[in-house]
Ligand binder design. Structure first.
Ligand code: FMN
Length: 395
């Protein structure tokens, strides 16, 4: 970016960020009037919460509360949104093979993952800029994660800093990393994450450049420009000329991360057996099969279609997680049956956040877990390890 002689370094930093945002996934913005900063509009109050029975009900409610541009940002994707749609639709090609006469009075959803015992295998994806959706932002999501016992991954580009989120929520967070070109900045981000207590660093590897998002306005740019929203983790550490994505990043980054932090390293965005093999070779601690919710490269396969080859290649050496298009307990069940250790959800909990703030996130998490438990009972699987590939059939 060209130097602006008349600007102060803070001003330059701010303009650099604004430029990045306006080109990025984050630029599918919302008008000030329609974001929850300004309060909501098209919804009859009080809302009858008992009508909110599944995550799609939250999607519909969020549409009324958040306004069109906010939803363009949250629900948007690359090019013609083919991969966004495919992620969900591909689950319809998989049928469940239920077993009978098995005692499912008590069901355990516990999983062991990266040295932790999790109450359940439904993890909250890193999603940036959550104060767009509701003033509770990432702190609301993190408080919900603690109350409902779900692991949450905080985005590098959260509005609240990872330290603020950890402090206010007491959550044991994982930290998602966009490394930036300037490794001094990366190191400071890692330090901030470790100070906040994060034990896992989720490195996003599907974004050497930003995907092509064609819809959205300029309001996010305006919100950032007016300093109504900030990017907590980068406050005070972004020198002039730094960019957030790093098109030059290669497998060398793994060794660099090992030298510069003590967190476990999980790679998010793996979609092929070749890269799965390289993950094992480079001793990463886990992978997330992900296509960024269809927001980066268009015409990728659905993630559930990518999962089997990654699982086969990794062959139990490290955990394999998956995200993208998971909307029902049956989707979680199918992913686990095809070899995922755990799943991550993105948009669904943000629909909850946008609709009702922290309470909406709690309700979405409750719904997904209740659906999973019921589905496990109906399929004759009393624990997560009992869910095997014999329980599914792919068309
Ligand atoms: C609004 C939005 C913002 C996102 N921000 C990030 C981010 O900051 N870092 C990241 O690695 N992935 C980000 N993602 C991708 C998610 O982590 C995840 O891969 C995707 O949302 C999963 O698909 P789903 O929304 O269908 O569940 C974002 C996704 C959305 C929808």
């Amino acid at each position: 970016m060209g130097k602006l002689n008349s600007a102060t370094s803070t001003e330059i930093e701010r303009r650099q960020f604004i430029k990045w945002v306006s080109l990025s996934s984050l630029s599918l913005a919302l008008p000030l009037t329609s974001c929850n900063f300004g309060g909501s509009t098209k919804v009859d109050l009080p809302i009858d919460l008992s009508n909110l029975k599944n995550v799609y009900d939250f999607e519909r409610l969020s549409m009324k509360v958040m306004g069109e541009d906010a939803l363009l940002y949250l629900n948007g994707g690359a090019d013609d949104l083919k991969t966004v749609k495919l992620n969900s639709e591909a689950y319809q090609e998989i049928q469940i093979r239920a077993r009978r006469l098995i005692d499912v009075t008590n069901v355990s959803t516990e999983v062991n993952l990266l040295g932790q015992t999790l109450d359940n295998p439904i993890i909250m994806c890193p999603v940036g800029f959550q104060k767009f959706f509701h003033p509770d932002g990432e702190i609301g999501s993190a408080k919900a994660s603690v109350k409902k016992k779900h692991q949450m991954i905080v985005s590098s580009v959260s509005n609240y800093s990872v330290n603020e989120i950890a402090e206010q929520s007491q959550a044991k967070l994982w930290f998602q990393l966009y490394p930036t070109v300037d490794r001094k900045v990366t190191k400071k981000l890692l330090e901030r994450a470790e100070t906040a207590g994060c034990k896992v660093c989720v490195l996003t590897v599907d974004s050497p450049v930003l995907g092509n998002r064609e819809r959205g306005g300029t309001t996010l740019t305006k919100l950032m420009g007016d300093k109504i929203l900030k990017m907590g983790n980068y406050e005070g550490i972004m020198p002039e000329g730094t960019t957030f994505d790093d098109a030059g990043m290669t497998w060398d980054i793994i060794a660099w991360l090992r030298e510069n932090c003590d967190m476990k390293i999980v790679l998010k965005g793996i979609v092929t057996r070749e890269d799965a093999a390289l993950c094992v070779k480079h001793n990463v601690d886990g992978v997330i099969v992900s296509n960024h919710g269809g927001r980066q490269l268009e015409s990728l396969r659905s993630t559930i279609d990518c999962l089997p080859e990654v699982v086969e290649e990794i062959d139990g050496k490290i955990p394999v997680l998956i995200d993208g298009g998971i909307r029902r307990g049956t989707d979680v069940f199918k992913a686990l049956a095809l070899g995922a250790t755990a799943v991550c959800v993105g948009r669904p909990y943000c629909w909850g956040l946008g609709a009702l703030g922290q309470q909406g996130v709690e309700m979405v998490l409750d719904i997904l877990k209740a659906e999973l438990i019921r589905d496990m009972q109906l399929a004759g699987t009393a624990s997560i390890e009992k869910i095997t590939k014999e329980h599914v059939l792919i068309n």
